[in-house]
Design a protein around this ligand. Structure first.
Ligand code: NAP
Length: 245
């Protein structure tokens, strides 16, 4: 198959949060598209099982995404194993929500580190390398939550909006450099991210609304990456057809 019909063949993609849900589905989708992968998350066994199931090359790196050393380690892992990096998918994330009387404040601060600080650091580390090679794509996973006002989910929403604003600024800063930056904002998707809420007895949107499946989001990420180099899907909002957004 030609580069035109299989544009991602041989590309090296680094995917954070690949041990479950959307990140795991993106790993399957990009591997099927011919990418060589570096997959990361904390749960090493899940990553090893994922790599064993993928048809193409994939290297696991078990790491805490909030660790300041992880971004550089991911870039180095890509270079050591494949000699390059072409794509970064910043997908790792968590959800802490609840009423002000009981919301877990330490959990909120942890979420700030994971859902925003780590996205910024990883984006910059890869953007510098991509700019030097005058090519590369960064996709940051935002959320429909960035566009909604949910009481009890304000911090999650604010962090996702911050990811959107930061990504737009980075995209503009990199204009003409050959480096593309985009965001995808999925609607409610049926994943383990809601397990924490379920465990605390809070209502879970994924149980109430017809939800997206992780593969739906992964297919859209692949679509974004398969555009020709001069075209950048800068922002993609994907919701379930039954979602009232
Ligand atoms: N599900 C939805 O409705 C929805 C909607 C919009 C956007 N999103 C976004 O989509 C992304 C993926 O979420 P998901 O729904 O697929 O949830 P998920 O199944 O819980 O996946 C979250 C992933 O992030 C990793 N992760 C979390 N904290 C981490 C940390 N401190 N260090 C390293 N890895 C960490 C987890 O791996 P380990 O636990 O193994 O570390 C896991 O692989 C998140 O950014 C989320 O905000 C989800």
């Amino acid at each position: 198959m030609s580069e035109k019909t299989r544009p991602l063949a041989g590309k090296v993609a680094v995917i954070t949060g690949a041990s479950s849900g959307i990140g795991e589905a993106i790993a399957h989708e990009l591997s099927a598209a011919g990418c060589r992968l570096v997959v990361t998350a904390r749960r090493a066994q899940r990553l090893h099982a994922l790599c064993a199931r993928l048809s193409g090359p994939a290297v696991p790196l078990s790491a805490e995404i909030d660790d300041p050393a992880t971004a550089q380690a991911l870039l180095e892992t890509a270079h050591e194993n494949y000699g390059r990096a072409d794509i970064l998918i910043n997908n790792a994330g968590m959800l802490v929500s609840g009423p002000l009387e009981t919301i877990d404040l330490d959990g909120l601060m942890q979420m700030t580190r994971t859902n925003y600080d780590a996205v910024v650091r990883t984006s910059y580390v890869f953007a510098r390398a991509f700019k030097q090679q005058a090519a590369g794509s960064i996709i940051n996973v935002s959320s429909v939550g960035a566009y909604l006002s949910h009481s009890s989910m304000g911090v999650y929403a604010g962090l996702k909006q911050a990811v959107e604003v930061f990504s737009t600024a980075l995209r503009v800063e990199l204009k003409g450099s050959g480096v593309r930056v985009g965001t995808i904002a999925p609607g409610t998707t049926d994943t383990e991210i809601f397990d924490r809420l379920r465990a605390s007895g809070q209502p879970v949107r994924a149980d109430q609304t017809p939800a997206l499946q992780p593969l739906d989001v992964a297919s859209s990420v692949r679509y974004m990456l398969e555009q020709p180099a001069h075209a950048n899907v800068a922002r993609l909002l994907l919701v379930s057809s039954a979602e009232s957004v």
